[in-house]
Write a protein that binds this ligand. Structure first.
Ligand code: NAD
Length: 480
């Protein structure tokens, strides 16, 4: 029997908790300064409303930021004890917690993600990263990297738009804990929480130049990673841009870590608890509109339970609420940009042309903004583009398998290697799959769980290097 449908009353979060300036400069050497380049607009993808105008840092601006970071490194930060660095990081973590609501609202407005996700996931995890790394700052001698591991110097960091503040935290917290100074470039469609973070640095009395934020698009990122005076490049984004950066950095002394794309297999065995697995599938691919590098975008279901899983999944997807991201009951928010929406439309169109069967949740899409209904494809073969390319949207490709060996072969049949999920009651099967699937993270009977103490990163074209945990510190220390 179908459950009786009922409507929720609107439960909008207040926009009044955050002040958005009409125009922002660059944060260099502890102050907001005008850029010398053009300016661009950042919009709310749920309404297409222009939120603010932001400076596009020119090559000269990037140079100024790197000089400020170098100066701060030489004069202050490399001489600041681990204990004192830890104090600054604890302060930042606490301020992020105190201002969590403001950050959550701003993130949702600029990114389009549901407020319940920015409130319950992005911002708490960002604060947790600062707390975690604050703890490491005075204990690096005990981290297994020798008695006195040294920082690298100035880190150039470029991040994407899907988890703007969280990716900033993944980059800045370990860099500062290890004793480096940074110049960070947020993505062009989501610069606002990074600029609010600059205020947090001021509030925490962080010495000028230790953190610098330059806004802009690809050209700004390129000027930053190619700057001759940076010692370390950390990039999170697409595999295509990651490859270009690897080429640009090759042959220089710069150290490099790349966190790139993914096409994760979420593997459901026939002994899995189906209702929990369905929740895990939803969390794996529809969390954050599927704009997740480690999203479980390829569902591999054992043939004997495939029909049942797909049927229950469809039923569950019809209950997801798509709409105003500021509403606390919203499950699916807006797609971050018209470009990303176009990419999702193109790839799903190719899915249909290639013969897969498309099903979309019956939901009404708002008139303004960028939206895409939760969608799944059945009758998918491994050769289909939708089974190979990262769509980076709320789209699931369903494939089937008969034996564990076939599941492993299919899971590994991808140029990526970031994450995977396994659903089964059998512990031995979980261990076998975790060993055999070539992915940086393998979740068992869960999906998309993160902790700052747990290293995250990929194999193959998903990049190299780890973020989080003790392993993540190595990326910011002068150790082999
Ligand atoms: P993108 O590569 O287009 O952009 C990422 C960042 O790089 C942006 O700040 C952008 O301005 C900048 N950039 C663009 N061209 C550049 C260049 N030539 N040199 C330097 N910087 C440049 O990716 P995107 O569309 O913003 O993000 C989506 C991608 O990010 C997806 O493929 C996703 O899987 C990946 N991602 C990976 C992880 C991870 O941890 N592995 C996390 C989040 C996102």
């Amino acid at each position: 029997m179908q459950p009786t449908p009922f409507e929720y009353a609107p439960a909008p979060e207040s926009r009044a908790v955050v002040d958005i300036a009409s125009s922002y400069g660059l944060y260099i050497d502890g102050a907001f300064v005008d850029g010398t380049g053009r300016r661009f607009k950042t919009v709310n993808p749920a309404t297409e409303e222009v939120l603010a105008e932001v400076a596009e840092a020119s090559g000269g601006d990037v140079d100024r930021a790197v000089k400020a970071a170098r100066h701060a490194y030489n004069r202050v930060w490399s001489k600041t004890s681990g204990r004192d660095r830890g104090k600054y990081l604890f302060r930042i973590a606490r301020i992020l917690q105190e201002r969590a609501r403001e950050f959550a609202v701003l993130e949702t407005l600029d990114n389009g993600k549901p407020i319940k996700e920015s409130r319950d996931v992005d911002i708490p995890l960002a604060a947790a990263h600062f707390f975690y790394h604050a703890g490491w700052a005075d204990k690096l001698s005990y981290a297994g990297f020798g008695s006195d591991p040294k920082p690298l110097g100035v880190a150039a960091q470029v991040i994407p738009w899907n988890f703007p503040l969280l990716m900033l935290a993944w980059k800045i917290a370990p860099a500062l804990a290890a004793g480096n100074t940074v110049v960070l470039k947020p993505a062009e469609t989501t610069p606002l929480t990074a600029l609010l973070f600059a205020e947090v640095c001021e509030q925490a009395d962080l010495p000028p130049g230790v953190v610098n934020i330059v806004t802009g698009a690809g050209a700004t990122g390129q000027a930053l990673v190619e700057h001759a005076d940076v010692d370390k490049v950390a990039f999170t984004g697409s595999t295509e841009v990651g490859k270009a950066i690897a080429r640009a950095v090759a042959g220089t002394r710069k150290r490099l870590t790349l966190e790139l794309g993914g096409k994760a297999a979420n593997v459901i065995f026939d002994d899995a608890p189906i209702d929990q697995a369905v929740e895990g599938i939803v969390r794996g691919i529809f969390f954050n509109q599927g704009h997740v590098c480690c999203a479980g975008s390829r569902l591999l279901v054992q043939e004997t339970v495939a029909d049942e899983v797909v049927e229950r999944l469809k039923r569950r997807l019809t209950t997801l609420r798509l709409g105003d991201p500021m509403d606390k009951n919203t499950d699916i928010g807006a797609i971050n940009s018209p470009e990303q929406l176009e990419r999702i439309r193109t790839l799903t169109g190719i899915g249909e042309e290639e013969g897969a069967t498309r099903w979309s949740a019956p939901c009404e899409l708002p008139d303004r903004g960028y939206w895409f209904a939760p969608t799944l494809f059945t009758d998918v073969s491994q050769a289909h583009r939708i089974a190979r390319d990262e769509i980076f949207g709320p789209v699931l490709s369903v494939l089937t398998f008969r034996t564990p060996d076939e599941a492993i072969a299919k899971a590994n049949n991808t140029p990526y290697g970031l994450s995977a999920g396994v659903w089964t009651e059998k512990g031995s099967r979980i261990l076998r799959m975790a060993n055999a699937v070539r992915a940086g993270v393998v979740w068992a009977n869960t999906f998309n769980h993160f902790d700052p103490a747990s290293p995250f990163g990929g194999y193959k074209e998903s990049g190299f290097g780890r973020e989080g945990g003790r392993h993540g510190l190595a990326a910011y220390l002068d150790v082999a």
